[in-house]
Write a protein that binds this ligand. Structure first.
Ligand SMILES: C[S@@+](CC[C@H](N)C(=O)[O-])C[C@H]1O[C@@H](n2cnc3c(N)ncnc32)[C@H](O)[C@@H]1O
Length: 149
């Protein structure tokens, strides 16, 4: 069972890590709980996911792809499943920072190798990637990437 505090914990980390960003893309946002937490902290957030039922937040009801026009200063994802790799690639393509809390891989890779793979992917694509942790149970490791100058 995922920790219910994860959205507030991640939102706090994001506002600390990226104090100057205003617009965020929240990828695979499910019901929109991370959106609400970030909006409450003053960000302009658009969530991408395919759910019909979701909270009353700015919501693009579709799967996120690399073709999505970039209208964000940061791209983020909490347990974004099949969208995880796309977030890293999108950040590299548009040279915006990203932060993700990965859970499952998109190809059955175990968790630790999957984390290494994502960090290496970011590095290969021109991003400096670091790992931090949220103080919670479950999948709590965060990968933060910034375009290399
Ligand atoms: C494990 S759920 C996490 C939902 C939410 N972030 C949370 O922490 O409760 C994974 C979500 O990823 C979404 N998803 C997977 N691939 C996606 C994509 N390419 N674009 C948008 N959403 C995607 C699924 O629809 C699902 O809602």
């Amino acid at each position: 069972m995922a920790d219910k505090r994860r959205f507030d914990l991640f939102a706090d980390l994001l506002t600390r890590t990226f104090p100057d960003v205003q617009r965020a893309f929240d990828i695979a946002g499910g019901m929109g709980k991370l959106n609400s937490a970030l909006t409450a902290r003053g960000l302009d957030v658009l969530t991408f996911d395919k759910r019909w039922k979701h909270d009353d937040v700015q919501y693009a009801q579709r799967l996120f792809t690399l073709d999505e026009p970039c209208a964000c200063d940061v791209v983020v994802g909490m347990h974004p499943d099949g969208a995880t790799r796309i977030i890293v690639e999108y950040a590299a393509k548009h040279r915006v920072p990203f932060a993700i809390v990965p859970c499952c891989s998109d190809n059955g890779m175990p968790y630790k190798p999957w984390m290494r793979h994502l960090a290496e992917l970011g590095g290969t694509l021109g991003l400096d990637v670091e790992e931090v942790a949220l103080p919670m149970q479950g999948r709590a490791r965060v990968l933060v990437g910034r375009p290399r100058p």
